[in-house]
Design a protein around this ligand. Structure first.
Ligand code: GLY
Length: 411
């Protein structure tokens, strides 16, 4: 009897958000209570966003409330994506009705030629909706969006143009890798070979041009429009042109892993691994990256939970592709350790009255925007990573017993 109470106490203590260090198995043990907290937070956001006109949450403001954005913002698809995923995770049908409402509000984006981010917006909303419902009208909208995104491709450069109206004639950012998923998916679901070729070319060029010799990434490249050569390499959201912005590195891990999933090109898998190795080797002891790996005042610099969540989700997929057992263990264990940090304080918002799920994200530090706050995309990739963990843990059962190799080279 006494033993039963000790076990119960240990279980509750293991899931308590104030606990500083947890056993390797505790993500498995805590995942259901964590999902329950997330579910309550998501329902709270639905209530806060409900009204006659539809609003899209992006980040928590200083007042503790969601700052909302119009449907053209790059983040507009993440809240509908969260609703689809949480409805799938919990079976809550009211979340599914909300997912439909927030997804269908984005319909005009299928013709938005002004940004590469239609990939983010539509893949995480209509893409998830199509995955879970098979609704044919969602498929048609996704295919139209892929046609729209293809218009941003210029053959002499071999990439999709990321931003309009900036100082550079043809900027391409590492984040753009994520928008290729829409094109790869479309090419295999009623779209064209050209969509595949565009995404493939963009990934190849990014592999060639966006990495330094140590496999850290540049955020922004500027291409010459007359012959396609690279004019400039640097950053907007990172600390400096020669530093490595953590979320950019996370986009690279995820983007090249996803590109391998669609192409089977071993070079993309190797690139994802190199990007992952850099990320893991530069993590601090608690596994949550500083917003830039070379930020000048580490350890007195903000962490970025969004980079952590994106990387965790990418690493879980990557671990399923690598053939070598020790590398598979390395990527899987690193992902689990990152998630174990994210489900505890100060990062997990359990106990806070705010409806954001992860605290301490960094949107754009150089611009002083959205620093140390909840970001809707951090929450989206956190939930996706938890789902990937739930779906793969049986495959990896028993693997996550070694010390994570990420413990080497930590600050
Ligand atoms: N453009 C996406 C990001 O800020 O990561």
């Amino acid at each position: 009897m006494i033993r039963k109470y000790i076990v119960l106490f240990l279980f509750i203590a293991g899931c308590a958000p104030v606990k500083e260090s947890i056993e390797p198995s505790s993500l498995s043990e805590c995942i259901d209570p964590v999902v329950n907290v997330i579910s309550r937070k998501v329902s709270q956001t639905v209530r806060e966003m409900s009204g006659d006109s539809i609003s899209y949450p992006r980040s928590i403001s200083i007042a503790g409330k969601w700052r909302t954005v119009p449907i053209e913002d790059w983040t507009s698809g993440f809240f509908p994506g969260i609703l689809w995923n949480m409805s799938e995770l919990t079976g809550d049908t009211s979340l599914r009705s909300s997912a439909i409402r927030w997804t269908e509000g984005l319909t005009p984006n299928q013709y938005n030629v002004c940004t590469h981010d239609v990939g983010f917006m539509m893949n995480s909303s209509f893409g998830k909706g199509y995955q879970y419902t098979g609704n044919d009208s969602y498929k048609k909208i996704l295919l139209q969006t892929a046609r729209t995104l293809s218009k941003r491709y210029v053959p002499i450069i071999g990439c999709i143009k990321s931003w309009d109206n900036r100082v550079w004639p043809y900027p391409v950012i590492i984040d753009n890798m994520m928008n290729l998923e829409l094109l790869f998916w479309a090419s295999k679901n009623g779209g064209t070979q050209q969509m595949y070729d565009i995404a493939y070319s963009h990934a190849e060029k990014t592999m060639k041009n966006h990495f330094r010799s140590d496999w850290s990434t540049y955020h922004v490249l500027s291409y010459d429009t007359s012959d396609g050569h690279v004019i400039w390499k640097g950053t907007v959201q990172g600390f400096s042109d020669s530093s490595c912005w953590a979320r950019g590195q996370a986009w690279a891990i995820y983007g090249f892993t996803m590109s391998y999933r669609y192409t089977n090109d071993e070079r993309f898998l190797a690139t994802a691994q190199h990007a992952a190795d850099y990320f893991i080797n530069h993590l601090p002891a608690d596994m949550i990256p500083y917003w830039d790996f070379q930020a000048p005042n580490i350890p007195n610099e903000p962490r970025d939970v969004s980079a952590a969540a994106i990387a965790a989700s990418g690493l879980l997929e990557l671990s399923g592709f690598v053939k070598d057992d020790s590398l598979r263990t390395k990527y899987y264990s690193a992902a689990v350790s990152v998630l174990e940090a994210l489900i505890h304080k100060p990062y997990f918002s359990e106990g806070s009255s705010e409806s954001g799920i992860l605290q301490y994200g960094v949107g754009n530090k150089p611009a002083g925007r959205e620093v140390e706050t909840s970001l809707i995309y951090g929450d989206y990739y956190f939930i996706e990573a938890l789902m990937r963990f739930k779906n793969t843990r049986s495959i990896f059962e028993g693997i996550h017993t070694n010390t994570v190799s990420a413990t080497t080279n930590r600050k």
